[in-house]
Design a protein around this ligand. Structure first.
Ligand code: SF4
Length: 213
């Protein structure tokens, strides 16, 4: 192949992480996310059931909603008995609860945390502010719809939903996982450019890799 063609292909394969300094580039993958197709109907059914019984969520309170997550871990609601537990890092978590309004600064951390979670991963949008902006709908500093930036699997409306509503939301998530209907991760991979465009529109100081994994 001549040099002209090699140059053309390299140009087509331009990766979004190319702008990073060399020593930082090696810390991240240069591959785009890809959607996952089930290997076998019966195996997939078993895996979905197993995943639905062990939901570890990242303990990252983005807004007022995080105050309602704490009671879940106390003896009154005891969420551990449902196979649900909070974890300290995105790498260990399979569920991301966006607990309330996301400010322009927080959305950057949300995107990085979501992308660093390993699949299969699911998102719960908790509270009206994450769904339509809620009482901050016309704020200069918060985003209105979290699902423009990361995919959402379950919405729990209210301001702020009580712990019982959060448990109901988790039950809905379990049902959807078991039925194989939680395809947020695939949606993110298939519409990656659309999500990136939306994220970059609101995150003005974009100084992170496009592929955060
Ligand atoms: S929905 Fe209500 S409680 Fe939740 S972040 Fe918005 S204002 Fe706060």
């Amino acid at each position: 192949m001549d040099k002209k063609n090699i140059g053309k292909i390299k140009k087509q394969m331009k990766l979004a992480n190319e702008g990073l300094p060399e020593k930082e580039r090696v810390l991240f993958s240069d591959a785009r996310p890809t959607s996952v197709t089930p290997l076998n109907k019966y195996l997939e059914k078993f895996l979905n059931w197993a995943q639905s019984q062990s939901l570890w969520f990242i303990s990252f309170g983005t807004g007022c909603g995080s105050t309602e997550l704490r009671p879940l871990m106390t003896s009154r609601f005891d969420i551990f008995k449902y196979g649900i537990a909070g974890k300290p890092t995105p790498r260990q978590s399979g569920v991301f609860i966006i607990g309330g309004y996301a400010s322009m600064k927080t959305i950057k951390r949300i995107v990085r945390s979501y992308e660093q979670m390993q699949g299969p991963k699911f998102v719960i949008a908790l509270g009206s502010c994450t769904i339509n902006g809620g009482m901050y709908y016309d704020s200069y500093n918060t985003i209105n719809r979290i699902d423009y930036y990361i995919p959402v699997d379950v919405y729990i409306a209210g301001c702020m939903p009580r712990p019982e509503a959060i448990i109901a939301g988790f039950n809905r998530l379990k049902e959807k996982i078991k039925a194989g209907e939680c395809d947020g991760m695939n949606k993110y991979a298939e519409n990656f450019d659309w999500y990136k465009k939306n994220q970059k529109k609101v995150i003005k100081d974009w100084n992170m890799p496009d592929f955060n994994w």
